[in-house]
Design a protein around this ligand. Structure first.
Ligand SMILES: Cc1cc2nc3c(=O)[nH]c(=O)nc-3n(C[C@H](O)[C@H](O)[C@H](O)COP(=O)(O)O)c2cc1C
Length: 172
């Protein structure tokens, strides 16, 4: 049984989580960045783990296209997002991700953690039209400030714990 840990990333948060998960994978394994390699021979893998970053409430395009190409795999995912995973937004995204991933594969679940938001996006939020759609009110500013610390050691450990339990039924 060979396991693929793949991920899509813009600013490196999802890469950090991918590396952490990759460390606890047993047996034959490969770590592939989807931004660098979009021609993966998925026949080699029976278990595929896909990391994505949340883009406008959904799985980013690169990861989504890759997930769409998978059939009958043991599939699990992980994602990073600016919001807190337990927020309404986080829960909505998580439910949407679950629905999408369960379509053509043996989907076993997904892990999420917060990730710092690209400062370029924060600059855009100060200007029209994002200043109307996503005003930088005190709540959002506090969330963005908190997100700056993530993924932290705790998130990386939690990701390992999640996948250890999911794949091997082991508590670490
Ligand atoms: C264009 C864009 C759209 C985003 N949309 C969302 C969103 O809808 N919800 C959210 O919680 N975070 C959103 N984020 C924040 C990212 O999901 C978050 O910072 C993530 O950790 C980035 O991962 P990366 O460093 O692997 O690229 C967005 C970021 C960008 C750049």
């Amino acid at each position: 049984m060979k396991t693929l840990v793949s991920y899509s990333t813009l600013t490196g948060n999802t890469k950090m989580v991918a590396k952490s998960i990759f460390d606890i994978i047993k047996g034959e394994k490969e770590l592939i960045c989807l931004n660098e390699n979009n021609n993966i021979d998925t026949d080699k893998f029976d278990t595929v783990i896909v990391g994505y970053w949340v883009d406008k409430g959904d799985i980013d395009k690169l990861a989504k296209t890759f997930i769409k190409s998978l059939k009958n795999k043991n599939l699990a995912v992980f994602g990073t997002l600016g919001a807190e995973p337990e927020s309404d937004h986080g829960k909505k995204v998580s439910a949407k991700v679950d629905r999408f991933c369960a379509k053509n594969n043996k989907y076993s679940g997904g892990f999420m953690c917060q990730g710092k938001v690209d400062p370029k996006l924060i600059e855009k939020m100060k200007k029209f039209p994002l200043n109307i759609v996503h005003p930088l009110n005190p709540e959002r500013l506090a969330r963005l400030e908190e997100a700056k610390k993530h993924p932290d050691e705790y998130d990386l450990k939690n990701a390992q714990k999640y996948f250890s339990k999911l794949l091997y039924n082991e508590d670490i």
